[in-house]
Ligand binder design. Structure first.
Ligand SMILES: Nc1nc2c(ncn2[C@@H]2O[C@H](COP(=O)(O)OP(=O)(O)OP(=O)(O)O)[C@@H](O)[C@H]2O)c(=O)[nH]1
Ligand SMILES: Nc1nc2c(ncn2[C@@H]2O[C@H](COP(=O)(O)OP(=O)(O)OP(=O)(O)O)[C@@H](O)[C@H]2O)c(=O)[nH]1
Ligand SMILES: [Mg+2]
Ligand SMILES: [Mg+2]
Lengths: 269, 289
């Protein structure tokens, strides 16, 4: 109960609606607005901002990894995995890192050619073995190549898969197992790529993928549109996975590190 | 057959005899929440619930001793009413053109192939035009799928999507095909330049169908996407993809509401035969979960 009993019900409803329209989901929106009951109306905005930044600022894990640093990219169909890998490779190049791309999508038509074109675009080699090959085998080969060439980062592309497909989730588990068997600490990063226009299903995706193989970070794509991506707040809050990158376009430079402050400002103002 | 959520709402209302105004309000809030959790846009959900409430009053819900049944019935009717019927493709020209448009990654290229297969199965003679000149290996993706399915396609490479469509149309080979399917690059509904280009393609091609291919897991933004494509092009229908997942699909309701255009097909997988015609009851019970 705030000190002066002042409460602006209309403002509270407006905030709740704003959060719902930003894909926060009803439960999260209601509970967040609920925290405003302990403050006065003139502090609603700043209090909400502070609360959200608090939730989103979870620790982002290791930076004392041993080469090669393997980043495995997973997610449902069409969210931007392949493109995000291209952008990530470009960013790492800019930091003077040696990057190798691995074509772990041996299923979807055009996937190998698409990653190969990205490899050319960002001046990075691509390890591939064509369609129908075992994705785990491609990963195995990529790590060997990385060690031989003293590569800093291996970025592994995988086929889009719905979390409702048990067989595909098992295939993904096998990819992770094979990497771990290659070296105990691999992959150091497992990035779930989430389409920024996705609604509540993104929470289910995060839960299932995390349960299956453990996710170390989220890449939230397509935020150059009008969607707000508010579902990540539930993902961070409920599952504790940090958002690491934001995709803001289709060009190689369009991947930026996640900033809780910028993200929250874009939603609330 | 209208899912668990509605059953729970009904359970909260039944056995209470006649309802008070606050109980009706409560059940309306529950219905709204169920719709929001299904990704129906906030304003669409509010409007829907107001209509349900008005109808409930019109049917004398306060005098009814079976208010739960009445409310469930109204919700079901209104939901199925809003979703609308499956409408067939309009293929009234020789050749007729289908233009596929939508956001990045929604499933347009895959759907182009599926439509080709679908039309062939109906005795049509389709021709595919890979008009995405932007995405790396987009041409290869469509080409390889088309080759595998024995679907003829336009194989000339140009670097401008409008020029490519013009070129494709001018080919006399088209005389032997009755349906042209144009796969276009994913584009944002707020990208002025890309919208300008797709408008030019529309003017050149004069399509019988302009189908918005939309991801069924789209959230609140569905209204903006649908609205902008509708304003820019005047779409003729919607195709909802990736319905083999477990997204509730409320985006379908939002898009249908703001455009008034029919949902013509549902994508239910990555395979080329994974396309089915809309089943309104099935979509309704999925949305209400
Ligand atoms: N506007 C925008 N488009 C993006 C972004 N990220 C990816 N895309 C586009 O989204 C589409 C799909 O990207 P892909 O990289 O093929 O997605 P994917 O997850 O690898 O797809 P699958 O492998 O088929 O599951 C492409 O047209 C990309 O250019 C982004 O941040 N903004
Ligand atoms: N599970 C499932 N996957 C689908 C469906 N439709 C398309 N996909 C997959 O979604 C991903 C994107 O499909 P595309 O056909 O490349 O999408 P697009 O709209 O052409 O993408 P852009 O050209 O980049 O805008 C691919 O992995 C497809 O296999 C569907 O109905 N169900
Ligand atoms: Mg890919
Ligand atoms: Mg495409």
């Amino acid at each position: 109960r705030n000190l002066f009993g002042k409460r602006d019900p209309k403002a509270l409803v407006d905030f709740e609606n704003l959060l719902i329209e930003s894909d926060f989901g009803v439960d999260t929106a209601v509970s967040l607005v609920g925290t405003l009951e302990k403050t006065t109306p003139e502090n609603y905005l700043s209090s909400l901002k502070k609360e959200l930044i608090n939730i989103l600022n979870v620790s982002v894990g290791g930076n004392d990894y041993t080469k090669p640093i393997v980043e495995l990219y997973v997610g449902v169909n069409g969210v931007g995995k392949t493109t995000t890998i291209g952008k990530r490779g470009w960013t790492l190049h800019g930091e003077g890192k040696k990057v190798l791309l691995a074509s772990g999508d041996t299923f979807r038509t055009g996937a190998v050619e698409q990653l190969s074109k990205w490899g050319e675009r960002i001046n990075s080699d691509v390890v591939q073995s064509g369609y129908g090959a075992d994705p785990a085998a491609v990963c195995f080969d990529a790590v060997d190549a990385a060690v031989a060439r003293e590569i800093d980062y291996v970025l592994i592309d995988t086929a889009g898969r719905l979390h409702t497909r048990n067989d595909l989730m098992e295939e993904m588990k096998k990819i992770k197992k094979v990497l771990k068997r290659k070296r105990e600490d691999l992959p150091q990063e497992t990035i779930l790529v989430v389409d920024g226009t996705t609604g509540q299903n993104a929470l289910q995706q995060a839960k299932q993928f995390n349960e299956a193989i453990g996710i170390t970070g989220i890449a939230l794509t397509k935020l150059d549109g009008t969607a707000k991506g508010g579902i990540v707040v539930s993902i961070v809050n409920d599952i504790g996975i940090p958002v690491k990158y934001i995709g803001i376009g289709e060009e190689k430079g369009d991947l930026i590190p996640f900033s809780a402050e910028d993200f929250v400002t874009a939603i609330l103002e | 057959k209208l899912g668990e959520r509605l059953k729970n709402i009904a359970r909260n209302l039944s056995g209470k005899g006649r309802l008070s105004a606050s109980q009706v309000k409560e059940s309306m809030r529950d219905i709204r929440r169920a719709l929001l959790e299904a990704d129906v846009n906030l304003n669409v959900a509010q409007d829907f619930v107001s209509e349900v409430e008005n109808e409930a009053v019109a049917r004398k819900i306060y005098d009814s001793f079976t208010p739960a049944e009445t409310i469930i019935q109204i919700v079901g009717e209104k939901l199925i009413g809003l979703i609308g019927k499956a409408e067939p493709l309009v293929l009234d020209k020789q050749p007729s053109s289908i233009l596929l448009v939508g956001l990045q990654g929604s499933g347009k290229t895959t759907t182009a192939i599926k439509l080709g297969i679908f039309l062939k199965s109906k005795g049509k003679n389709p021709f595919l035009i890979p008009a995405d000149v932007k995405r790396p290996a987009a041409f290869e993706q469509l080409r390889d799928m088309a080759e595998r399915e024995n679907l003829p396609y336009f194989s000339e490479r140009l670097d401008n999507e409008v020029k490519l469509c013009k070129q494709a149309l001018s080919r006399s080979v088209l005389k032997r095909y009755d349906t042209l399917i144009f796969d276009t690059a994913g584009r944002l509904h707020i990208d002025i330049e890309m919208l300008k280009q797709i408008k030019q393609i529309k003017e050149t091609v004069n399509p019988s169908e302009i189908l918005l291919v939309a991801d069924s897991m789209t959230g609140q933004d569905a209204v903006n996407i649908a609205q902008e494509f509708e304003n820019a092009l005047g779409i003729t229908g919607i195709i909802l993809t990736k319905m083999d997942g477990d997204a509730r699909g409320g985006a379908a309701l939002s898009m249908r509401k703001v455009t008034g255009k029919p949902i013509k097909f549902i994508g239910i997988g990555e395979k080329v035969d994974a396309l089915e015609v809309l089943h309104p009851e099935r979509l309704a019970s999925r949305i209400l979960g």
